[in-house]
Ligand binder design. Structure first.
Ligand code: PLP
Length: 369
């Protein structure tokens, strides 16, 4: 499949060739238990129980694994996948490096629950400078980091971490595997929320991890089999169905972000704009080196929480909501969640509205400030 373009690839990822009389994507297998041979008992290759076996989940994992370039395990949420990596692979007494400016809950959970388990947690800003990785078990990178959108050079950091004997995991939520394939740059594991652009319709909570290392994959599979953080079969099916339009959705979201970032940058009420696709952005050079697409997320700052409220009140298309990557444009004032961000900092997730409509709407909303 790799010689095809993204959309062609997505239409066939994780699917078997068409068969007369069969749907293009088999429907969800809604089963918690499967019949077993009453005499021989369970047999290898035959499904027995839903926590460990699901053809619907396997189809989705085949598709995502194909996109990331590794084996894949789907999880009930992004946090289920992130926590699986950190709990299954890091032991008490070991050390991890996490992004200081990445998804706040990863940091908040790790600095409470992981530290309570005796794991040493060091927080480092995505843009660096990075410390020596000597004595570190696992380095988690998030690039672009959410919500500040700084990026880091995965290949260089992975080489440094490997030289020190550390594993590297990359949170690939924001770019999706169409925007960036961390395993190609030497990362050991990709971890992500599929809740965002990957599935993109604001109706599924999902997570996954991907790796080329069979030993890591089987350790993580054993962890998931035992702890049970699996996604439901209907959600797996819906996610797989949604992948078919990922290329189209990302293309419009990215085009909308480019146009909106330009409009924001030109407005005097906007004190800063971050979008890694803007040539003046501090992330631009590294983003161009390692990303195939720039996501539809633009982070900008207004003077205050009140200014954000007025902006949102005046917009007819931008929906105030958390999360990102969906087909509707949404805006989230991150400080309201306890993120260490300025009161007026907004993460704007561009949807798939017509670009002219979105720019007109954002410009009209800015005009009230
Ligand atoms: C970068 C990143 N990683 C992980 C997560 C967690 O994903 P979920 O909400 O699916 O658990 C999020 C959620 O916003 C995220 O933005």
């Amino acid at each position: 499949m790799t010689s095809y373009g993204d959309s062609t690839h997505l239409l066939h990822a994780g699917r078997t060739p068409p068969e007369p009389g069969q749907p293009f994507l088999p429907g969800p297998v809604l089963a918690s238990t499967f019949a077993i041979d009453p005499v021989a008992g369970p047999a290898p290759g035959l499904d027995t129980y839903g926590r460990t076996h699901s053809s619907t989940r396997r189809n989705l994992e085949a598709a995502i694994g194909d996109l990331e370039g590794g084996g894949c395990l789907a999880f009930a949420s992004g946090m289920a996948a992130v926590s699986a990596v950190l709990l299954a692979l890091v032991r008490p007494g070991e050390a991890v490096v996490l992004p200081a400016d990445g998804y706040y809950l990863t940091r908040a959970w790790a600095t409470s629950a992981l530290v309570a388990r005796g794991v040493r947690v060091q927080l480092v800003p995505t843009a660096g400078p990075y410390p020596s990785f000597d004595g570190v078990r696992l380095v988690l990178l998030e690039t672009p980091a959410n919500p500040g959108l700084d990026v880091c050079d995965i290949a260089t950091l992975a080489a440094n971490a490997h030289a020190a004997g550390a594993l590297v995991a990359v949170d690939n939520t924001t770019p999706t595997p169409l925007g960036q394939r961390p395993l190609d740059f030497g990362a050991d594991i990709v971890v992500a929320s599929g809740t965002k652009a990957l599935t993109g319709h604001s109706d599924i909570v999902l997570g996954y991890l991907s790796t080329r290392d069979e030993t890591l994959l089987s350790a993580l599979r054993a962890w998931r089999d035992a702890t049970g953080g699996i996604p439901g079969n209907f959600d797996c099916w819906l996610a797989h169905r949604s992948l078919a339009t990922l290329d189209l959705r990302l293309a419009r979201q990215s085009a909308n972000a480019a146009a909106v970032a330009g409009a924001l940058a030109a407005h005097p009420a906007v004190t800063s704009v971050r979008w890694p696709g803007l040539p003046a952005d501090p992330s631009y050079v590294v983003a161009m080196q390692q990303m195939r697409r720039i996501p539809g997320i633009v982070t900008f700052e207004l003077a205050s929480a009140d200014a954000v409220a007025r902006f949102l009140g005046a917009s007819r298309l931008v929906i105030a909501a958390t999360s990102f990557g969906g087909v509707h444009t949404t805006a989230d004032r991150r400080a309201q969640w306890g993120d260490d961000a300025a009161e007026g900092l907004v993460r704007l997730s561009c949807g798939i509205e017509d670009t002219v409509d979105l720019v007109e709407d954002v410009s009209a909303a800015l005009a009230v400030l």
